[in-house]
Every structure is written in C-alpha cells, then in structure tokens.
Design a protein around this ligand. Sequence first.
Ligand code: NDP
Ligand code: GDR
Length: 376
Amino acid sequence: MNDFSKIKKALITGITGQDGAYLAEFLLDKGYEVHGIKRRSSSFNTDRVDHLYQDPHEKHIKFKLHYGDLSDSMNLTRIIQEVQPDEIYNLGAMSHVKVSFETPEYTGNVDGLGTLRILEAVRLLGLTEKTKIYQASTSELYGKVQEVPQNEKTPFYPRSPYGVAKLYGYWITVNYREAYNMFACNGILFNHESPLRGETFVTRKITRAAARIALGMQNTLYLGNLDARRDWGHAKDYIKAMWLMLQQEKPDDYVIATGITTSVRDFVKMAFSEFGIRLRFEGLGIEEIAIIASCSNPEFQLEEGKCVLKIDPDYHRPTEVDLLIGDASKCREKLGWSPKYSLADLVKEMVLADLKLFQKEKYLREGGHDTLDYNE
Ligand code: NDP
Ligand code: GDR
C-alpha cells in the first residue's frame, strides 16, 4: 500500500516548454506527484506533455495541470495554496532573447516580477519551511564578455530585456533566501537543447532546415549572426541538475554548462554533415552564404554548388552576446553532476528526430494527405 501523505509534490511553471516536459517525466519517474501550470490558449499547447496526461477522474492522480499565468499573483497564490508543493520549479518565461526586444515590458513582468510573485506567495502562505524553490536563471546574465569561462563569481552584464528581467529574477531569489531564510536556488544554466527545443531557437531552426533541405522540402536557411558562440548541452542532462540543487542541505546558486563553446556556423556544419552534406562558406558579413561542396549520401538528390544558407539581418539583435562558455566546477564538486551527452550526440539526436518528422510529412503530402479534415 502506498502512503499518499508521504509522496513529494512538485509544482512546475512552464511545464509545457522543453525543460518542463523533461523535468515532469523525470520527477514522475522518481515517484513525485507533479503539478504544472499551463496557459490558456486558443489552440492545444500541451503537445510536449500529452503522453503524461492522466484522466482527472482517476482516484490517485500523479500528474495534474492547472490553468495559470506568471503575471497573475492571485492565480499563483491559489494554486500554491491548493497544491502545497514540497518543490517549485519556476521554469515559465518569455524565453526568446530576440523577441524580448519587441516585448520588453511583458518580458519584465513575466520573467522578472513573475519570480517575485512565486516567492512572495510562498512567504505569505507560510510555506517558507516546507517549499523549496528552483529559479531558472541563465547564462544570458553574463551578456557582454567580462571573463571566460564564466562561473558563479563572474560579474553580470545582461544585453537584452530578457537578460535584464532574469537578472531581477536572480537577485530577488537571492534576496528572499537571505531575508526570509527560504530554500531558494538559482540554476545559471547555459544553453541546452533537444528534439523538444522550440522551433525558433537557433539549433532547432538549423536541424529542421537541414532535414527539410536534404529532403527537398526547403531551399534556403536564413540566419543572423553566425559568429556567436554558445556552450550547448542536452536538456535531459540539465534538468537533473535542477533537481539535485533542491536535494542539498543548503540552498545555493550553481552554473550548469559543458565547458565547450561552438559557433553557430560550426553547428550548421555539424547538422548538415549528419546527412553527408559538406558545406562551404563564402563571403563576409551579411553577404556570407553557404553552398553545398559535396553530398556523399545518394539518398538525397542535392546539386553541388547550390546555395542553402543566407544571412537575414532581421535576425541580428540590437545588442548581442558574443561568447558563452561555462565553468561548472562547483556543480561537479558539490552536486556530483556532469553532462552525459556530447554536442555530437545532441546534434545527431536532433537531426534524426527532425528527419523522421519531415519524412512523415513528405510521405503524407506525396500521398495527397497534406490537408487533413479533422471534422471527418
Ligand atoms: P520554453 O520557451 O520551451 O518554455 C517556456 C515555458 O514558459 C512554456 O511552458 C511557456 O508556455 C511558459 N510561459 C511563457 N510565458 C508564460 C507566462 N506568462 N506564464 C506562465 N508560463 C509562461 O523554455 P525552456 O524550457 O527552454 O526554458 C525553461 C526556463 O529556463 C525558461 O525560464 C528559460 O528562460 C530558462 N532557461 C532556458 C535555457 C535553455 O537553453 N533552454 C537556458 C537558461 C535558462 P507556452 O507553452 O504556453 O508558451
Ligand atoms: P539564446 O538562444 O539567445 O542564446 O537564448 P538562440 O538559439 O535564440 O540564439 C543563439 C545564438 O544564435 C544566434 N543566431 C540566431 N538565433 C536565432 N534564434 N535565430 C536565428 O536565425 C539566428 N541566427 C543566429 C543568436 O544571435 C544567438 O547569438 C537561449 C534561450 O533558451 C534563453 O531562454 C536562455 O536563457 C539562453 O539560451 C541561455
């Protein structure tokens, strides 16, 4: 017999996103009861967690979604009161750096003040002794390069409304920990990707385009700054580190990174080479292009010399973060964490997943099934 009063409860904001989906699965495997906050949307937005759905009419539900929004204090307070979580993972955010330049006030409200709303709800509900909080901080806090590799002591200099909003989230988490003795941690996570990555982040945009170009479904990939360098890891590795932070005796802040940095241009080369396509880059600045130098895979009928990548200056950011490379020594020593996936493993997994996706789409299209009638 299960003693249901002993089952740990976790509440995840941003459960419908990349990290939320992996974390929910991970915590369910560990025996947690998982609650998540999803936004109301005019169309379905739960694709990434649909496989975890449980009929709410069942007796002992281990997975439950609540409608909510990080801009709504009353809603957050009610959900936290109802769930009485042992752990809160605040992953919800307007997480796109370029989009934050177009929606700076909204980004500040959700990514900055949203963090305060969670902390304050826990405090006002008298849950400071019970509820541990993980705050999704980011390497975007480092922004303009001060020193590399970046660690927990590196000064912050954010370069976008997103980075500045997350800076508020970082410091308000530290402040509530110090002022009210709360168990609240910042995970300063460097970029992490997966087949579940949102389609407009650069890695997924590249792996999708590489698959579509190989299959003859797209001609050109348009990108912005190819010189930017990122420390890319796998989301599956990184969500484990989030959980580990909340299992320690004392709350603290940790950098999570692989320690290896790669340019956007090299990521493009790696993705296309998974299809046997070797690219040659020519030209400079916004005139730079990439053409197919050779294709060793006879499955893909691609002409040598075809241009497959161009620069679109619209994807440049008003202020850029040029170089990120993290030093995760503290996390390795104190949490015993290290990444299992290499960048090569990550690229392969993402490319194969997108290839499968578009092979299916192509097959359906060629069979005349591209316009499905859902009323049938
Ligand atoms: P995603 O963009 O995939 O997911 C963001 C989640 O936040 C989605 O579930 C989204 O809901 C939700 N959300 C957006 N706005 C609101 C709102 N107003 N109220 C409630 N929820 C909202 O991000 P990731 O999973 O990649 O990242 C998770 C967190 O980690 C984010 O806070 C991000 O900023 C941070 N981070 C991410 C890194 C990365 O490389 N992935 C690195 C460092 C930090 P919906 O599905 O409806 O859009
Ligand atoms: P980032 O990720 O801004 O680091 O934020 P993104 O993948 O958007 O950009 C990485 C780098 O690629 C350059 N780039 C492009 N980016 C996008 N999205 N689209 C393009 O066409 C393109 N061309 C070049 C960018 O200029 C940038 O230098 C991610 C998010 O997950 C944040 O929420 C998180 O906090 C940080 O990672 C760590």
